[in-house]
Structures are given as structure tokens and as C-alpha cells.
Write a protein that binds this ligand. Structure first.
Ligand SMILES: Nc1ncnc2c1ncn2[C@@H]1O[C@H](COP(=O)(O)OP(=O)(O)OP(=O)(O)O)[C@@H](O)[C@H]1O
Ligand SMILES: [Mg+2]
Length: 455
């Protein structure tokens, strides 16, 4: 079992380092007096002219000057303002590196900001809990458990065509307005898991409430922890939302639970990293993203997945779905590319399919789960293969069929595809309130494929 350490709030600093603000540019603050005792990732406090204390993180050094970015706004901070850094002994310093979050099981059912403060108006949270490092490392690769059994996602098209195992990590590639939030809400409500952790990074403020009330609903919220940093929050806060959500997921995973993690979106997380990198003086590289983004991204995504094996031989799992924004169907933009390389599969949502009225608008032929076919029975694999073949043929001939240029009788496989496609489409379609287990999903597909002739 994990050793529970004293809460960092009980750590006592051995001294306080004091410095001054020497300059402000864009989003960053230059500080003197911080050399020798502080490093990148350390948190300092800056006191504005009105006495208000703002937390900031050191992101770079230029000579003796520390460059820090505040978690809040820069208003009221000017040249000469006081900055402090609390000094801890080495043990405590190691434990506190990169910041900690005290996570409590009672967070289920709540909406919080990246600092773990409730923002849902449902009153305070119970004190205490498990101190988790925000920038924790993934479990040692060799000691990590294997992927768990098949996980029931409750959504037919995903259960059938991107079947997942517990601990698997998938990318969800989608443009705006084609049903991402709705699908995430369905997953949070329907997936057979103990806890869902949902990170909303850089969403518009209005959308958060809509997501929680409409997409998630009371049933989904009851088993979820929602961590939110809206688009108007500082880049550090947006980055922290992803780390905080991961720390919460790890907290539940280490209790041996099956956790579903949904992050919307990794693109916005990378954009936050880009703002931080550029402000600290890093050069832009691929499409404006500095190199550090692509070093940091795998470190976050790798943390999802299986945990260490507990003494009882079982392991908790974080099954994760990371959404990636793809605008104008540009699936080769750098974030999409990097994510696709790291994860164990991807689900592609397409505007054309959404426009045709089939939701969830998954393009099955472009989606893939790397654990299939190993996790299905031979009969199930045969069904999926047959449906994929029909969908692929249909993709090639649909324009001809719609124009009336297709002549039946020449190609039996094409005739068969034309017959079963309406039934397969009906199986893939699912309204927001509907749930379907894996067994029900395969039954539906079995029925669709044997319904030849009636369509
Ligand atoms: N399963 C579904 N059944 C019926 N309609 C759906 C379904 N999923 C999505 N829609 C329709 O698509 C619209 C957009 O969905 P949603 O808000 O989930 O998209 P989004 O990708 O999250 O958008 P944004 O990029 O603006 O956040 C919904 O208002 C709804 O009309
Ligand atoms: Mg949305």
C-alpha cells in the first residue's frame, strides 16, 4: 500500500527568502533575490500594491533573475513589489516539488478548480485527505500491472469498433460542435467504472455549466470529480487543471479502483504550455509550439493507465479518453500527431457524419483500438470485421448509389453491403439518454448483419 505522509500543510518552513519584482512583460514577472535557493517549478508568493497575495511559479532564469508566471492576474503588481519563497528542508522540498493537491474521496460529485477549491456552490469540502504530487511520475513501467479486462463503455459504436480494456488510453479527435461533450457525458454516465474524473481545460465558462447540468446530469455527476479551468484563466491554471485531474485519478486508482478519466481537451493543455514556454523565452518550433510542449505531453499522458499491483494481487486502472481538437480536418497538426503516437488507439468524430444526423459521429474506418482483436472472442471479431468490410465498401460506392449509377447484381459483396448498411448505421446511432452494454452492442450488430434483404 502507499505510505501516507503527513499533509504538506503541516510542513514548517525553515526560513523565508525575500525578493523584489524587477520587471513585468506580457504574462511573466522578473524577480531578484531568488538565486541559489529556488529552481524551475518552485512556487513563490508575490504581494501586489493592494497587499493581495498571488501565487506564481518560476518558469525560467535569466542570469540571476528568476522569471515567474502568476496563477492569477497581474493587476496590482508593479516593479519593486515584494516576493517571497518559503524554504523547506530537503526531504520536505522533495515531497512538495511541483506542488501538491490534498485529494479526498468526498470530492466525488463535486466541481472544483485546479487548486481543489469547490466552484459549484455546494459548500465547503471536508478537510484532510491524501496529499498527491501534481507532477507525479508514471508508475515504473516494469512494475505496472497489465491492462485489465474489457471495459463496458455503454456506447454501442465504441464497444463494437474500438473495444477497450481497463487502463487503455484513447484519443478522441474532433472538430468543434460535433458532439464531443455529449459523448463524454454519455461515457461518464454509462461506463462501468467506479469513478469518473473529468478535466475541462480551457472551455468557455458558459459551456461548463451546460456540460455539468445537461451532458453529465445528476447521475453522471454523482460518480464524477470535475476539474475546471475556463478559457479566461491563466495559462498556469489551465495547465494545472490537467495535472490536478490526473492527481485525482491516481488517488482513486491507488485505492484499487477502476477510474475513467476524460480530458477535454489536450489541445488546450498544449496551448497553455505553449503560452508558458513562449513567455519564459523558449523559441517557437512546430507551428508556434516550443519543444518543451512535446516533452511534457507524454509525461502527462503516460500517467494514465494501469497502476502498481497491490499486495492483494489487484491493481487500479485509469482508462482515459483525451480529446484533441482538429479544425478543418487537419489531423496532422502537431498536437494530434504527438497524441496519436503516444496513445493506444483513437476515435475520430467527423462533421460529415454529424451533419447526416448520425450521433455519436464516429468514423469507424478511421478509428482504432490497439487491443482489438485480442480482447474479443473469435465470433465477435468476425462480426466486427464483416461490418467494417461492409462500411468500407459502402464508403467507396455510396456516391454512385445515391446518383443512381450503381447497377445491382454485378458485385455480390457490394450488393450485400447496400443491404446491411442501414441496419449497421442504426446500431451505431445512439441518443444521449440511451445506454448499451457490450453484450447488447454485439447482439445488435449480430442482428443487423443477419437482417440482409429487409433494408
Ligand atoms: N448522441 C446524440 N444524439 C443526438 N444529438 C446529438 C448527440 N450528440 C450530439 N448531438 C447534437 O450535436 C450538438 C453539439 O454537441 P456537443 O455540444 O456535444 O458538441 P461539442 O463537440 O462538445 O461542441 P463544442 O465544440 O462547441 O464544445 C448538440 O447540441 C446536439 O444537438
Ligand atoms: Mg463541448
Amino acid at each position: 500500500m502507499r505510505k501516507v505522509v503527513a499533509t504538506p500543510f503541516h510542513d514548517t518552513p525553515v526560513g523565508v527568502l525575500e525578493g523584489r519584482v524587477t520587471g513585468l512583460t506580457g504574462l511573466s514577472v522578473s524577480l531578484n533575490g531568488m538565486r541559489d535557493f529556488t529552481g524551475v517549478g518552485d512556487r513563490v508568493s508575490i504581494f501586489g500594491l493592494d497587499g493581495r497575495e498571488t501565487d506564481a511559479e518560476i518558469v525560467a532564469f535569466r542570469g540571476d533573475t528568476a522569471i515567474a508566471m502568476p496563477f492569477g492576474g497581474l493587476e496590482g503588481i508593479g516593479s519593486g513589489c515584494r516576493a517571497t519563497f518559503r524554504l523547506f528542508d530537503q526531504e520536505q522540498r522533495k515531497r512538495r516539488a511541483g506542488g501538491t493537491l490534498i485529494v479526498n474521496n468526498a470530492w466525488q460529485g463535486r466541481v472544483l478548480d485546479p487548486m481543489g477549491r469547490p466552484i459549484d456552490g455546494k459548500g465547503p469540502l471536508p478537510p484532510g485527505g491524501d496529499p498527491r504530487r501534481l507532477h507525479a511520475s508514471p508508475p515504473e513501467a516494469a512494475l505496472r500491472a497489465r491492462l485489465g479486462p474489457r471495459i463496458d463503455l455503454g456506447v454501442r459504436v465504441l464497444n463494437l469498433f474500438t473495444t477497450c480494456r481497463e487502463g487503455q488510453r484513447l484519443g478522441l479527435f474532433a472538430g468543434s460542435g460535433i458532439g464531443k461533450s455529449t459523448l463524454m457525458g454519455m461515457l461518464a454516465r454509462n461506463t462501468d467504472c467506479d469513478v469518473a474524473v473529468i478535466a475541462l481545460v480551457g472551455e468557455r465558462g458558459r459551456e461548463v455549466r451546460e456540460f455539468v447540468e445537461d451532458d453529465l446530469g445528476p447521475q453522471g455527476l454523482a460518480k464524477s470529480v470535475v476539474i475546471v479551468a475556463t478559457s479566461d484563466s491563466s495559462p498556469l491554471m489551465r495547465r494545472e487543471a490537467a495535472y490536478a485531474a490526473m492527481a485525482v485519478a491516481e488517488h482513486f486508482r491507488d485505492q484499487g479502483k477502476s477510474v475513467l478519466m476524460l480530458m477535454d481537451s489536450v489541445t488546450r493543455f498544449c496551448q497553455a504550455l505553449r503560452e508558458i514556454g513562449l513567455s519564459s523565452g523558449e523559441p517557437p518550433a512546430t507551428r508556434g509550439y516550443p519543444p518543451s510542449v512535446f516533452a511534457e505531453l507524454p509525461r502527462l499522458l503516460e500517467r494514465a493507465g494501469p497502476g502498481l499491483v497491490n499486495p492483494d494481487g489487484k491493481a487500479g486502472q485509469i482508462t482515459a479518453m483525451f480529446s484533441v481538437l482538429v479544425e478543418g480536418d487537419d489531423h496532422n497538426e502537431p498536437v494530434a500527431d504527438a497524441v496519436r503516437g503516444i496513445l493506444d488507439g483513437h476515435v475520430v468524430l467527423e462533421r460529415k457524419i454529424a451533419e447526416s444526423g448520425r450521433y455519436p459521429a464516429v468514423n469507424v474506418l478511421r478509428s482504432l483500438s490497439r487491443t482489438v482483436p485480442g480482447c474479443n472472442s473469435p465470433e465477435e471479431n468476425a462480426l466486427v470485421q464483416e461490418a467494417r468490410a461492409d462500411l468500407s465498401i459502402w464508403e467507396d460506392i455510396q456516391d454512385m448509389v445515391r446518383l443512381g449509377a450503381y447497377r445491382a447484381g454485378n458485385d455480390p459483396t457490394a450488393d450485400q453491403a447496400i443491404r446491411v448498411i442501414p441496419s449497421i448505421e442504426a446500431v451505431m446511432k445512439q441518443s444521449r439518454g440511451e445506454a448499451a452494454t457490450i453484450a447488447e452492442s454485439f447482439d445488435a450488430l449480430r442482428g443487423a448483419l443477419s437482417s440482409s434483404g429487409q433494408a
